[in-house]
Design a protein around this ligand. Structure first.
Ligand SMILES: Cc1cc2nc3c(=O)[nH]c(=O)nc-3n(C[C@H](O)[C@H](O)[C@H](O)COP(=O)(O)OP(=O)(O)OC[C@H]3O[C@@H](n4cnc5c(N)ncnc54)[C@H](O)[C@@H]3O)c2cc1C
Length: 105
């Protein structure tokens, strides 16, 4: 196997975000993934503003924006009963171009 400066172990969100960051430096890397098949379970319904900024920096945010909607509140239910709501109409972060989380539908 060829030598590399960085070995990324795992092609989950952390590994797949590190890869384009290294590529843009450019720093040579290899990425390994234990699983041969993509998971059929969703673990990324919500894309947070910092994640969207990252995707924008690498020119791929539009793919996600076209498939989601910005959300201005989050309602939490337990046993089908409303528990509380997080109001995101006045987002706490003002230093981002994507103030609200994007919900992928
Ligand atoms: C039900 C659920 C819903 C979620 N919804 C959201 C959401 O809407 N928005 C959000 O931002 N986050 C969400 N999360 C959290 C998000 O999924 C995790 O924060 C994220 O997956 C963590 O990424 P990771 O790359 O660190 O780890 P992982 O996603 O666990 O990826 C690690 C990868 O490394 C591989 N691996 C492990 N060991 C080895 C090895 N020795 N060699 C090679 N490969 C290896 C694994 O197969 C895996 O592919 C959710 C999580 C769950 C469980």
């Amino acid at each position: 196997m060829a030598e590399t400066e960085v070995l990324i172990v795992g092609a989950g969100p952390a590994g797949l975000m590190l890869a384009p960051e290294l590529a843009s430096q450019p720093i040579p890397f290899r990425i390994t993934e234990a699983s041969l098949v993509r998971s059929d379970k969703s673990r990324a319904l919500v894309l947070h503003p910092r994640t969207l900024e990252f995707l924008a920096r690498h020119g791929i945010v539009q793919n996600f924006l076209s498939r989601g909607t910005f959300n201005d509140s989050v309602r939490i239910f337990a046993n089908r009963k409303f528990v509380f709501e997080i109001d995101l109409k006045k987002p706490p972060f003002r230093d981002t171009m994507f103030p609200n989380p994007l919900i992928i539908s």
